[in-house]
Design a protein around this ligand. Structure first.
Ligand code: FAD
Length: 724
């Protein structure tokens, strides 16, 4: 029996926004995907906060991690591609989504769960002085900084919260608790434009919350129409009364995202009007859920509970639309629901039908419900392993074991030793990054490189592959002239092939055009998985910089932190932190043409750090230059999270082969030292510079805003690397 081939993609499902409904849809998709459908999630950040736990975070009961839904991990579990960007338009006739920072993406079925925006965003002074409670990242940082400054005695917190609904009141009580436990006095003021606070809460729940506010000495200002916010505080009323504040938070007024008005979708007060099936009233292949949707059949207030309850219906209906089976389910929202409102000190108040029960037990119940929700997104989901036929060739089990998480990018490179073994007669002893062709007084360099997909985003992969391939040209101090592409597409329907080629060309062209060249041809075929590569011809003025010119006494410099291998490997195993992973992608996406140009005048030897890891590439310079080197482990820059993952035993597929280099090194093993063997994708320039040129080199990097680290020194003797 032949193994089952990967199934081609025939339909695109695009999820706009990583809101609560989409997070749950992805969670369900991970357990029950629809073969033939590719899922794309678009969200501006790597993480989406669960707002139910936001007041608990502000009060100091939860850490950031506790309430963050890591969309990178969730996308990996669901086999979805994650695009970190913001939708700015939808063309429903061409079925394309416009994004803020990259070309349009196509969809067959679209779902929108982008929440709301603050109605106060256009308030004069808001950009500089108003912190919205969401997105969480900026708010959490600003809040932590305020508390720290208060503890350091730099200021006395004067906090103004605009909006005295449940969210504003919960934040006020949480902030009061945090300041109290930090031993800080401060003043918290709730500013409400209406005649009274907590208008959506009744009866004893309302009375108890008002008592809590009084206990926490929260000052309340009603009928206070905010005119502007400034460094001095909040200006209210027509006569202009200043309410002093050095921290102003917005928890008021839901407003729809303005760009939805241009989409042609039927809206109700700016929100996407949907039927019982959560399909748009006038465009049935567009769905909407959560706060951005208006339930035409049963309007409800904006609350996360509805987004959560819509998720299973949305999941079923998206599948029905993608598979064309037409059996849509109907969503009937509940009329009322139990609100659990936290009051700061690990206690909470219930609110249903005006009955408010309060105390620690209510908090414990709320905590249990919230943690159960978040548990869906924590930890790691077992990925299916191939079922082997009962009769099989010897050695298959061990190889499959080693390849359970076969890395993409540079982690998929063939080990240096294997390469040398197979190529020795043709390659001779050359270790250079590119072939050097000399003719008619011109020095041209030629290189080819490709990357196996580590990420389902073809646009991003093309960018990274282009930068990676250019690395060999830049490492020789050359400038690219001409590029040919070689692409293997995964199984796709013909129209999807055209879409993917378009995305690849757009990503690669962005990089090549910025480096002064264009793609002039190439070859594309289809295969088992996406692979993108480029062959590049470049030209050097004068002799290219090779790896053989390092001299004893030269200093070793590096222009990017290391750790991409372990972060990519961890991401595949759902163990990387989403923000750390994105920082690694950003580092990989940083071209090195400026670094190469700046080093060009001074480097005695240069290479780019790629698959063989920092140690492997330093050793290549040492071999080519017949020298030794000393590197200070603490001076090597690391990507965030890399050392922690290394300590947890995560390794790229190529790591064990790279670690064989230890025979040519003196090193005390540690999690940090293990990163010397971590294969890098789009790594930095690694160069040697004479001591007389070092200060000038560092100054020029600083002037150009390019990072550079001095990590070690070249010595004499046989090629050997000492790590101190
Ligand atoms: C302090 C506070 C406490 C709250 N407590 C509760 C509570 O206890 N219970 C409750 O039911 N509700 C609560 N809410 C309300 C709750 O936060 C929302 O109702 C809920 O988050 C709505 O979920 P959603 O799925 O609509 O979208 P959201 O959770 O708002 O998520 C939307 C996502 O879309 C992304 N996005 C935005 N624009 C774009 C774009 N153009 N393109 C792509 N992505 C985009 C955002 O970055 C975000 O990740 C609280 C709100 C606040 C402010």
């Amino acid at each position: 029996m032949q193994p089952i081939r990967p199934l081609p993609i025939t339909r695109d499902l695009v999820l706009l926004g990583g809101g609560h409904a989409h997070a749950l849809v992805l969670h369900q998709w991970a357990m029950n995907p629809l073969p033939g459908a590719q899922v794309t999630l678009v969200n501006p950040q790597a993480k989406a906060p669960y707002t139910g736990m936001l007041p608990g975070f502000v009060a100091g009961h939860y850490s950031r991690r506790d309430l963050d839904i890591d969309l990178v991990r969730l996308a990996r579990q669901a086999g979805a591609r994650l695009i970190i960007d913001r939708a700015v338009g939808i063309d429903t006739s061409c079925k394309r989504v416009h994004l803020a920072e990259r070309p349009d993406i196509p969809y067959d079925t679209l779902s929108v769960d982008i929440g709301i925006t603050s109605a106060l965003r256009d308030l004069p002074g808001a950009d500089a002085h108003l912190v919205p409670a969401k997105p969480l990242g900026a708010f959490a940082d600003a809040w932590s900084e305020l508390v720290q400054r208060a503890i350091d005695g730099e200021l006395r917190p004067e906090i103004a919260i605009l909006g005295a609904g449940v969210a504003g009141v919960e934040l006020a009580l949480a902030m009061a608790h945090r300041l109290e436990t930090a031993g800080q006095s401060g003043q918290i003021r709730l500013i409400e434009s209406g005649p009274s606070i907590l208008r959506e809460v009744n009866g004893s729940a309302r009375r108890k919350l008002i008592t809590e506010l009084a206990r926490a000495k929260v000052e309340i200002h009603t009928d206070a129409n905010v005119q502007d916010v400034s460094i001095d505080g909040v200006m209210v009323g027509i006569d202009g009364q200043l309410i002093p504040a050095n921290f102003i938070v917005s928890a008021a007024g839901a407003a729809p995202h303005a760009w939805l008005a241009e989409t042609g979708l039927t809206l109700e007060r700016g929100y996407i009007s949907v039927q019982e099936t959560l399909q748009s009233i006038n465009t049935p292949n567009v769905f909407a859920a959560g706060d951005c949707a208006h339930l035409k059949h049963a309007p409800r207030p904006k609350a996360g509970v509805f987004a959560v309850r819509q998720a299973p219906i949305l999941f079923e209906n998206l599948r029905a639309d993608l598979s064309g089976d037409g059996s849509f389910k109907k969503y009937a929202p509940q009329r009322s629901y139990l609100k659990l409102i936290s009051t700061g000190r690990k206690s909470a108040i219930t609110d249903k039908w005006g009955i408010g029960i309060s105390g620690k037990t209510v908090w414990a119940l709320k905590d249990r419900i919230d943690q159960a929700f978040m548990d869906k997104f924590r930890g790691h989901m077992e990925m299916p392993v191939p079922v082997l036929p009962s009769s099989r060739a010897d050695g298959l089990d061990e190889l499959l074991d080693a390849h359970t998480h076969q890395c993409g990018a540079c982690g998929a490179k063939v080990a240096q030793e294997t390469l040398m073994d197979g190529l020795a007669p043709e390659l001779g002893s050359s270790l250079d990054d590119a072939a050097i062709l000399r003719s008619k007084g011109r020095v041209r360099v030629l290189s080819t490189d490709h990357l196996r997909a580590f990420n389902a985003d073809a646009y991003l992969l093309a960018k990274v592959a282009a930068i990676h391939a250019l690395g060999d040209i830049w490492a020789m101090g050359a400038t690219p002239n001409a590029v040919l592409s070689h692409i293997i597409l995964p199984p796709l329907a013909p129209q999807k092939q055209a879409d993917m080629i378009r995305e690849i060309m757009a990503g690669a062209s962005d990089v090549f055009e910025a480096s002064g060249t264009t793609i002039s041809g190439g070859h594309t075929s289809s295969g088992a998985e996406l692979t993108i590569g480029f062959s590049i011809e470049g030209e050097a003025t004068g002799d290219p910089i090779t790896q053989s010119g390092a001299q004893p006494g030269d200093l070793i410099v590096l222009t990017k932190p290391i750790g991409t291998g372990v972060l990519l490997a961890a991401e595949m195993q759902q163990r990387a932190d989403g923000d750390d992973y994105l920082a690694a992608i950003e580092s990989m996406s940083r071209p090195q043409d400026m670094a190469s140009k700046l080093l060009g005048g001074y480097a005695t030897a240069m290479t780019d750090v790629t698959g063989f890891g920092l140690a492997g590439h330093v050793l290549n310079i040492l071999t080519a230059s017949s020298a030794s080197a000393e590197i200070e482990l603490d001076k090597i820059p690391l990507l965030n999270g890399a050392e922690e993952l290394s300590a947890a035993g995560i390794r790229s597929t190529l790591w064990p082969a790279n670690a064989q280099q230890i025979a040519r090194m003196t090193v005390n093993t540690s999690a940090r030292a293990d990163l010397l063997f971590d294969p890098q994708t789009c790594g930095g320039m690694l160069a040697t510079v004479s001591p007389t040129h070092l200060d000038k080199t560092l100054a020029e990097f600083e002037n150009a805003g390019e990072p550079i680290w001095q990590i070690g020194t070249i010595g004499d003797g046989v090629p050997h690397l000492h790590i101190i």
